[in-house]
Design a protein around this ligand. Structure first.
Ligand code: HEC
Ligand code: HEC
Length: 299
């Protein structure tokens, strides 16, 4: 960030003016209080005021002390010129806090790149057995994924649990890498208008019947509607389709919740879960290690 990002032009002039007034003021003070050859009061004589029995004598500062003051003022000028000190001027060294941060990040990356290169040569499912790699993967997960999937990767409503064997898009090493690299977006269309209120209730009741529960509609009528409107994505047996990320509706694992109310809401309004792509944020080597960590959670 440069000064002009958050200040207007006049502020830079104002800052420079204040610095100059301070430094030149110090210089002037040193000059004004210097020892003068025509001083009527000689060294060591009384200046004529005393307080509480203490008398002020004319004892000028030692030379080395005075020179130290001059030196600090000169130092200030040099420092402010080398580093960005004068308003938004860049400084001779070209130093910026952002630049320093980038250099440090680069240095750290070069250091850890070696490990990631080594890991990259080992297949995801093999690497999942390495405690060291899993620890690294866990750290990457905490920094990039935990906000949505939870720090224990068990997910939340709308955010899938990554520790079970139930996969929307597939739990093979390749599928996990693909999910993290390119992201995913499940598209469940709103079906309320196509089904009508009773239709939605019937289909929801049919879905509840897979887990031996009763709903407020007619399961047989629901099955007929399911077979025309839902099978294309969820499959004839309602066990889902990993190509589309369509969930298995016959098990007790629910992405959005399995109560009659929530299932009805899902069918009425549709759902559109979004898993962001990480190919621009994480290198392929990091995604490789992260995938091993995810793989290790359910294997
Ligand atoms: C902004 C929230 C968010 C972040 C951050 C996020 N995810 Fe996801 N992730 C999701 C959602 C939502 C889904 C489900 C997508 C869907 O419904 O189609 C998902 C799906 C997945 C899946 C597929 C699960 C399955 O059953 O097939 C994997 C694997 C996954 N995420 C891993 C990760 C990893 C690893 C990270 C960190 C690099 C991450 N996610 C970061 C929201 C997120
Ligand atoms: C175009 C494909 C498609 C069609 C058609 C479709 N679905 Fe879906 N459905 C999906 C996808 C994809 C998801 C996951 C949404 C997500 O990841 O956000 C889903 C999610 C669901 C869920 C939520 C499951 C959970 O675990 O929370 C239910 C319930 C559901 N669908 C029921 C139905 C019913 C009933 C129909 C027919 C009336 C239907 N779907 C038609 C693709 C489809």
């Amino acid at each position: 960030m440069t000064g002009t990002d958050f200040t207007q032009g006049w502020v830079n002039g104002w800052i420079i003016t204040i610095i100059l007034i301070n430094l030149l003021g110090c210089l002037w003070l040193l000059w004004w209080t210097r020892k003068r050859p025509d001083d009527p009061i000689k060294d060591g004589e009384s200046l004529g005021h005393s307080f509480d029995g203490i008398e002020e004598l004319n004892n000028p500062l030692p030379h080395w002390w005075l020179n130290l003051f001059y030196f600090t003022i000169a130092f200030a000028f040099i420092y402010l010129t080398l580093y960005p000190g004068w308003g938004d001027a860049k400084g001779i060294f070209g130093w910026t806090s952002a630049g320093q941060w980038e250099t440090e990040v680069k240095r750290a990356e070069n250091k850890y790149d070696v490990y990631f290169q080594e890991y990259a040569a080992i297949p995801v499912d093999e690497l999942a057995k390495s405690t060291e790699a899993i620890k690294t993967g866990q750290r990457l997960f905490a920094n990039n994924c935990a906000i949505c999937h939870g720090s224990d990767a068990r997910g939340n409503l709308g955010y899938p649990n990554l520790t079970d064997a139930d996969w929307l898009y597939g739990g093979s090493p390749d599928k996990i890498v693909e999910t993290i690299t390119n992201g995913r977006g499940g598209m469940m269309p709103p079906m309320g208008t196509a089904l009508g209120e009773d239709g939605v209730r019937d289909v929801a009741t049919y879905i509840l019947s897979f887990t031996d529960r009763k709903g407020s509609g007619n399961a047989a009528a629901g099955k007929a509607k399911f077979d025309t409107l839902c099978v294309a994505c969820h499959g004839v047996d309602a066990k889902g389709n990993q190509m589309l990320g369509a969930p298995n509706l016959t098990d007790a694992v629910w992405l959005y919740g399995g109560s009659e109310k929530i299932i009805t809401d899902t069918i009425n309004g549709g759902r559109h879960g979004k898993m962001p792509a990480f190919k621009d944020t994480l290198s392929p080597e990091k995604i490789h290690v992260l995938s091993s960590y995810i793989f290790s959670l359910s294997n």
